[in-house]
Design a protein around this ligand. Structure first.
Ligand code: FAD
Length: 648
């Protein structure tokens, strides 16, 4: 049957990439259909019940700054929040939350069901409709044909998925879900560049069988004993009042006996016996991989993380494994507190198809098939956050394609999303790709705290941001700029500041006149301390920090905290950031210099044959992208530039 309505954008897959893709396209006004195996699993977390972390939290904040769902859903579902790296510089500080799976899925589903321009349909997609070199829709398992102008494929770990537990294996998309076998075969027919990757998950444990008195509690920020005194919030539109009850996690350790048990299972490990061909994530290794690679390490920390408020299920973070079940049983029971543990679900590894992202254009449209976009784990990444960011990106670009507008391509200096997309399309992946702050050369300006300042305006212009978010953002942006100006206009001199007061706040007396903005650039001077000078004589009425007459201590991060944080960080890092901006400006011309699509690299004889071959295969769209292709040296880029200038 041909479905009577036509769509602008069809999104296949209701995981983290698919849900953000569908929401973004629909927010932009595209008539969007989300086709997924099962409506009950919309927004399902396949593995760990947590969102964020270093590099990943940055992506979540960016998705949020553009009106996406992940951060708000986490604020509604988060049962423990922490700021990681809180004692380090702001560029590497990151939010992480433990989420209640049920609440998270419910929040995502509610957002999807209430999104105008978005339709949901439960059915496996087995085929794509392709006419010439253009996708025109998708066909479901029972033959329903949905027509559309673009399709965003976000099939996650499902394409030809195969689960391994010891030497046993079976076809599945993840535990409890079917694989997508027909669609995988169809994509192979279309000759898109493809490979196999793998990932794994730990066994889950019934909390009632754990002796927590033998484990160390790990409270979240804002909880008694927690590292930070305020409860963090993920979304720029969120507040701690949205969070459900906060609970601790627990820590136990592997020991010599655990390691012995794990080693005794190596001969039945699908990883070590060659049953698994796909490459796994080096940064998130299975416990057997850790014991094998770091043989002299005597113990590893294992975090016991609650899966939710209405279940006893515990996620033991750190023992992801595909060893046989008898080994899993023994290894779990060898750890303190877990002597009588009951395993609720066995751990497993999953192998699946991914597509080489170097086969995508910069907007994530596949090169050979117009209108077909890929996003999420299918592009060789791992992680909910990486998937969500890519999904939103592909959804935006699919909607722009339907509007016949130019794609939205954030730069590496603008967003982690820009780094992620650029890394994928220029370098490809050799193992599941995850985000780290070290991947971003301009990370000083790509902070969590300023994701809204970097992206909300662009998102508003594309129609992604609603009025409430825009008003909240504008209020913050204007307050920051008003206060920054005020600090520039307030001066103190040795004459009007008592030496003792200068000593208290600035560490020593001042020798000449300074503006408060200048003083704030000093590493040990904070906005709050400046505002406390002379009993708050400089304190602002709008931001009553340091003004003793206005009580404002709250246990949660407030609007005032957000504005003050922005002013503080911008002042402290302004020197570095200005230098970085100069670098970016100098590089910008070449970064965005277009390489003609029809350029015949084989004729650019100044380049080595290897470089010519590599570039003709990958066909970068700009000189900046060419410079990041592996094996392409700065010297080769200069030669290519000379060629472009001569023939341009
Ligand atoms: P998914 O979340 O997998 O969602 C795919 C969606 O597409 C599902 O809703 C599915 O039903 C639907 N779908 C697929 N094919 C079809 C079709 N043909 N028709 C209709 N619907 C379809 N990440 C980490 O960061 N760390 C880890 O340690 C980690 N371990 C993992 C362990 C396991 C066992 C698994 C399965 C995943 C693990 N992940 C891990 C990865 C994480 O789950 C993914 O990165 C993330 O969920 C990817 O999001 P996605 O939207 O791309 O795909």
């Amino acid at each position: 049957m041909l479905y009577p309505q036509e769509f602008d954008v069809i999104v296949v897959g209701g995981g983290h990439a698919g849900t953000e893709a569908a929401l973004a396209a629909a927010r932009m006004g595209s008539k969007t259909l989300l086709l997924t195996h099962n409506i009950e699993t919309l927004g399902q977390m396949s593995c760990n019940p947590s969102i964020g972390g270093i590099g990943k939290g940055h992506l979540v904040k960016e998705v949020d700054a553009m009106g996406g769902a992940m951060a708000l859903a986490t604020d509604e579902a988060g049962i423990q929040f922490r700021i990681l790296n809180s004692s380090k510089g702001p560029a590497v500080r990151a939010t992480r939350a433990q989420a209640d799976r049920v609440l998270y899925k419910a929040a995502i589903r509610r957002m999807l069901e209430n999104q105008p321009n978005l339709w949901l349909f439960q059915q496996a997609v087995d085929d794509l409709m392709v006419e010439g070199d253009r996708v025109v829709g998708a066909v479901t398992q029972v033959g329903i044909r949905f027509r559309s102008r673009s399709v965003v494929l976000t099939a996650g770990t499902f394409l030809d998925g195969k689960i391994h537990v010891g030497l046993n294996n079976y076809a599945a998309g993840r535990a409890g879900d079917p694989p997508a076998v027909s669609l995988s075969a169809r994509l192979k027919e279309l000759k898109l560049p493809q490979g196999r990757l793998k990932t794994g998950t730990p066994p889950r444990i019934d909390g009632r069988s754990i002796d927590f008195s033998k484990c160390t509690p790990q409270p979240g920020d804002g909880m008694p004993g927690g590292m930070g005194d305020k409860v963090p919030v993920f979304s720029f539109m969120g507040h701690a009042g949205m969070h459900p009850e906060q609970v601790p996690c627990w820590i136990t350790h592997t020991n010599a006996r655990t390691h012995e048990i794990i080693r005794s299972g190596f001969d039945r490990s699908p990883m070590f016996t060659g049953k698994i061909e796909g490459v796994g994530p080096r940064y998130c290794p299975s416990v057997e991989d850790k014991i094998n690679r770091f043989a002299d390490k005597e113990s590893h920390q294992i975090f016991l993380e609650p899966e939710g408020l209405t279940t006893h299920e515990i996620y033991p973070n750190g023992i992801s494994t595909s060893l046989p079940f008898d080994i899993q049983y023994e290894l779990v029971r060898s750890m303190a507190g877990l002597e009588n543990a009951h395993i609720l679900r066995p751990g497993y590894a999953i192998e699946y198809d991914y597509f080489d992202p170097r086969g995508l254009k910069s907007n994530f449209e596949t090169r050979p098939i117009a209108g077909l976009f890929f996003a999420g784990q299918i592009n060789g990444t791992t992680g909910y956050e990486e998937a969500a960011a890519q999904g939103m990106f592909a959804g935006i670009n699919a909607a722009l394609l339907c509007r016949e507008q130019a794609p939205w391509l954030p730069g590496r200096d603008q967003a982690y999303l820009g780094v992620l997309v650029d890394d994928l399309i220029t370098k490809g992946v050799t193992e599941p790709y995850r985000m780290f702050t070290s991947r971003a050369e301009f990370r000083l300006q790509l902070r969590e705290d300023n994701a809204d300042m970097r992206l909300t305006e662009a998102a508003r212009q594309m129609g992604l941001v609603d009025d409430a978010r825009w008003e909240a953002f504008s209020r913050k942006r204007d307050a920051v700029s008003r206060e920054t100006e005020r600090l520039r206009s307030l001066w103190i001199s040795p004459k009007n500041l008592a030496a003792a007061e200068a000593e208290r706040v600035l560490g020593k007396a001042i020798d000449h006149e300074y503006s408060l903005a200048e003083l704030l650039r000093r590493p040990d001077v904070s906005y709050a301390s400046l505002m406390s000078l002379d009993a708050g004589r400089f304190a602002s009425a709008e931001l009553p920090v340091g003004n003793a007459d206005v009580p404002r201590e709250t246990a949660e991060f407030s609007f005032i905290d957000a504005v003050v944080e922005q002013i503080d960080i911008s002042a402290k890092y302004s020197g570095y950031i200005d230098r970085q901006k100069d670098e970016i400006d100098r590089a910008a011309h070449y970064e965005h210099l277009k390489i003609p699509a029809e350029l015949d690299y084989l004729q650019v004889t100044a380049l080595s044959f290897e470089v010519r071959q590599r570039l003709s295969k990958l066909r970068p769209e700009t000189l900046g992208q060419a410079s990041r292709v592996s094996g392409v040296t700065p010297a080769a880029i200069s030669l290519l530039l000379v060629h472009l200038k001569k023939h341009g």
